[in-house]
Design a protein around this ligand. Sequence first.
Ligand code: TYD
Length: 206
Amino acid sequence: MTGTFLSFEGIDGSGKSTQARLLAEDLRTRGYTVTLTREPGGSAGAEEIRRLVLEGEADRWSTETELLLFTAARRDHLEKTIRPALARGEVVISDRFADSTRIYQGLTRGDLRSTVDQLHALMIGTEPDLTFLIDIDPALGLSRAVARAGAEQRFEGMGLGLQEKARAGFLALAAAHPARFRVISGDAAPEAVAARVTAAALAPLK
Ligand code: TYD
């Protein structure tokens, strides 16, 4: 693996998808070849799984089944998109990766953290070089997420309490892995947040 693997994480409505896109554009103007991708999804098979897991009734899947679907999607994403791009020496930017499973299936939507960790070790075994946690006030995130709700409604029932729990969980993960995480406050204009992200991203790319 010669490329660099970056991920963005954050609660719903944190603005991480915008930041992932802005970083990809910025790095391209600096001459890097960037693969911008997302989870769940990021490969043809994983995008099919995305529809299964994000659309439909809330009780369509148990948390265990959901964990298996997210992990299957991630494995395909890794095989078909992430590893080939890293092998070509590219910068891979993924909008969410395994930390999302640790938080959502491990902590807020389920209580499966040790199973999540075991399955990750068995089937994924890869961590990003750097993870940007876009940190915002949960009430703000929730209002943004509700305002743009579309077809992917399965998870939109999350109330403020769960958003707060997810934020605390992400911050705890970041504190446990300080070498990998960069916590960036998302409570500013997108361009200002992007400037902070770029400064942190350029260090390991040099
Ligand atoms: P995403 O498309 O990033 O939506 P948003 O832009 O609203 O954050 O993710 C969709 C949902 O999937 C989101 O609520 C988080 C959830 N999710 C998990 O529960 N587990 C996972 O492993 C991943 C990658 C996402």
